[in-house]
Design a protein around this ligand. Structure first.
Ligand SMILES: O=P(O)(O)O[C@H]1O[C@H](CO)[C@@H](O)[C@H]1O
Ligand SMILES: O=c1cc[nH]c(=O)[nH]1
Length: 334
């Protein structure tokens, strides 16, 4: 059994050079292979990423309450990656919460190091989530958007970076089954709208997202509208800045991943995002609805078919809808 786990874990990376390293520094997350990575992270099942430190810290605090994780007296949730001063990482039981910063380069570096971490820590079948914000094309602020697919700013379904002077294109694909499973958790009684569609991943927040309120703008209102019509025609429902690197790198690693964002602004109505909406929607989505307003019965009902009484008892402590979903579909024990 343990040999099998090891084999699966090793397959996340495809680089024979790693075998020859005396020590591998995961520089930006302040970890290295001299540490007991399997001991520290071997039980990680869910890697949840989002843009900012405060969001991921708040998320980790929430998960901590949700799963009843207890730290020894005097020990508090702390940022494991603090020494590098780049990303923030919090671990609560099997859930790793990590901030990724803004844009594909930042997300790409983090995802590379997280994939190596999964490999060195011998994590078994982890699932990666990006919990983000976005602008929507035609949907009200506060709408939750599950990405079915993602494309770059030229509407190509790839994550492309120059390697040795040539463009390397990797298909940016999210896990189809995970998307279906996630959609199945949506309830028509939810007091927020959930939609799905293709996500455009821009390399910029301003011109790259057809905003006219940046310091530079060479296109007209009409050009912008035409572009948004083109996006609609291709099933594109939202714009953010990290999905392609996240999708492509996890796909290459054989790690299941999905992207769920809350819309902060309907781009057909304007460019500007007000901070007020950010906190309103994020709180509403992540803390009040997705994680508190769970449909435990539905999930318990399905879990009951598969799990023993004692397992169910443990699961009962876990009231997060998303977490319940993850637990159910990954048949894992907390
Ligand atoms: O809210 P997060 O997850 O940071 O994501 C979105 O917000 C940032 C732009 O404001 C970009 O990183 C975009 O992808
Ligand atoms: O419009 C938006 C809002 C959040 N994040 C983005 O990238 N774009």
């Amino acid at each position: 059994m343990s040999r099998c786990i090891c084999k699966r874990a090793l397959s996340y990376t495809q680089n024979p050079n790693l075998e020859c390293l005396n020590e591998d520094n995961l520089h930006h997350i302040s970890l290295n292979t001299k540490m007991d990575l399997p001991g520290m992270f071997g039980n990680v099942k869910f890697v949840c990423t989002g843009g900012t430190d405060s969001r991921m810290r708040g998320f980790a605090e929430y998960i901590k309450q949700l799963i009843g994780e207890r730290f020894p007296v005097g020990v508090e949730l702390s940022n494991i990656s603090a020494p590098a001063n780049r990303y923030s990482m919090y671990k609560v039981g099997p859930v790793l919460c990590v901030s990724h910063g803004m844009g594909n380069p930042s997300m790409g570096i983090l995802t590379n190091e997280l994939i190596k971490l999964m490999h060195y820590a011998k994590c078994r079948d982890p699932v990666f989530f990006r919990i983000g914000t976005c602008g929507s094309i035609g949907h009200d602020g506060g709408t939750v958007i599950i990405s079915d697919d993602c494309c770059d700013g030229c509407l190509r379904r790839f994550y492309s970076i120059p390697v040795l002077g040539k463009m390397l294109d990797r298909p940016a694909q999210l896990d189809k089954q995970l998307i279906i499973d996630l959609k199945n958790v949506v309830d028509k009684n939810d007091n927020f709208k959930v939609i799905s569609g293709t996500t455009m991943c821009a390399e910029d927040f301003y011109e790259g997202q057809a905003r006219m309120d940046g310091p530079f703008c060479k296109f007209s209102d009409e050009d912008k509208l035409q572009f948004f019509n083109r996006l609609c025609g291709q099933g594109i429902v939202n714009i953010e800045m990290e999905s392609t690197s996240f999708a492509a790198l996890t796909k290459q690693a054989g790690i299941k991943a999905c992207v769920v964002c809350v819309a902060l602004v309907n781009r057909l109505k304007g460019d500007s995002v007000r901070a007020y909406y950010l906190s309103l929607y994020l709180n509403r989505f992540f803390f009040e609805t997705v994680f508190l307003d769970c449909r435990a019965e539905k999930c318990y009902g399905r879990m009951a078919e598969k799990t023993s009484n004692s397992r169910r008892q443990v699961h009962k402590e876990v009231l997060g809808r998303l977490l319940l979903y993850i637990i159910y579909f990954n048949a894992f024990l907390l």
